[in-house]
Design a protein. Structure first.
Length: 329
């Protein structure tokens, strides 16, 4: 039997090339090796304020993007988190076995809380929902970007704790491992290389979304900040912005950073940026074409309904196991 993997993306906007490079690109290859489960984590998205209409649209849109990227619904389960009530139910059990101190230490919580005028309790307890997403499917592996490492470590600690407290010598839950991009790529904002690229960034020039039209992509890459050194060179300390563009280039072209640096020796940033823009447009064009067809057609709803049925079956069994072990059923 194949081992299971689980991953999710929040419909808190349209996925960026950061989400794509850091996590989603890998989803497609992994579906052959593992029993893959990919979720649109809409309940995570509401930890910060969302416009309800946009959230609904982005949820559908993200499911379509999964398929447009190459996730095959005949091989993998694609579903929407809120269609499987076990996620919210498990999150409660998990919260009751996590410490506030552990949650307050999460850097993503601190980063996101710093941007909010009023911080929801859900933003703090978000990792409990994420732990639930993973353990409900007995996932052995979780393909995520490197910014999620801390949450994966929390999941692993939780599983040890749960098995120790309630397992009576048995491993009731599977301890998962993260699968991170090979070169550890964290794509940074095009406008500020000290901040990660995020789909919900107020400054739309800071990210490239998978649905940006070619003209927008070209404009955003041309206006990406660089430096006054004027040499395409990889140095994350002194040339962080250019190094970020190099990492994007290397990842999308599957070439080494060294070979790209060599190609643009002595040419300044103009040609390099033009080619990166072209490469990005070429990467997203086929995804966008398939996306448009899916959004206009009737298959999408059937796919996510079928995904939810399959996900519900697996998740409700694990939830029952957890509840029984804790003595509440
Ligand atoms: N900049 C990034 N570089 C590499 N990987 C990234 N990921 C996110 N940003 C980058 C990875 O994408 C997957 C989905 O992320 P998510 O939607 O669950 O949440 P997030 O990490 O909070 O992503 P965003 O784009 O920053 O969303 P918002 O703006 O809503 O906060 C994850 O595997 C993540 O590691």
């Amino acid at each position: 039997m194949k081992q299971r993997i689980f991953s999710g993306v929040q419909p808190s906007g349209t996925p960026t090339i950061g989400n794509y490079i850091g996590a989603m690109k890998g989803f497609v290859d992994l579906q052959d090796k593992y029993e893959a489960i990919y979720c649109v984590v809409n309940q995570h998205a509401i930890t910060v304020p969302q416009n309800p209409k946009e959230l609904k649209h982005n949820t559908k849109s993200l499911a379509a993007l999964y398929i447009a990227m190459g996730i095959d619904p005949d091989k993998s389960i694609i579903f929407v988190q809120s269609d499987v009530p076990a996620h919210a139910q498990a999150a409660w059990l998990i919260q009751c076995n996590l410490g506030i101190g552990e949650l307050e230490r999460m850097t993503q919580y601190k980063d996101k809380a710093a941007k909010q005028e009023s911080i929801s309790a859900g933003l703090l307890t978000y990792p409990a929902l994420m732990v639930g997403d993973i353990v409900l499917y007995d996932a052995a592996y979780v393909p995520v970007g490197d910014d999620q490492k801390q949450h994966i470590e929390l999941t692993r600690d939780f599983v040890d704790r749960f098995n120790y407290r309630f397992g009576q010598g048995k491993d009731l839950l599977v301890k998962p491992e993260g699968i991170y991009p090979k070169n550890g790529t964290r794509v940074m904002s095009l406008q500020d290389p000290t901040r990660k690229m995020s789909k919900s960034d107020d400054n739309v020039r800071s990210f490239i979304s998978l649905l940006d039209p070619p003209k927008t992509i070209i404009k955003k890459i041309k206006s990406a900040v660089t430096d006054s050194i004027g040499e395409v060179h990889y140095d994350v300390e002194k040339q962080s912005a250019v190094s970020n563009l190099l990492e994007i280039y290397a990842s999308l072209s599957q070439r080494s950073i060294d070979s790209i640096v060599e190609e643009y020796q002595g040419q300044g940033y103009g040609a390099f940026k033009n080619d990166l823009a072209e490469l990005t447009v070429e990467t997203v064009a086929p995804i966008q074409e398939r996306y448009e067809k899916l959004m206009a057609g009737n298959d999408l709803q059937d796919i996510v309904t079928d995904g939810a049925t399959k996900a519900n079956k697996i998740a409700s069994e694990t939830l029952a196991r957890m509840e029984s072990a804790m003595g509440i059923h």
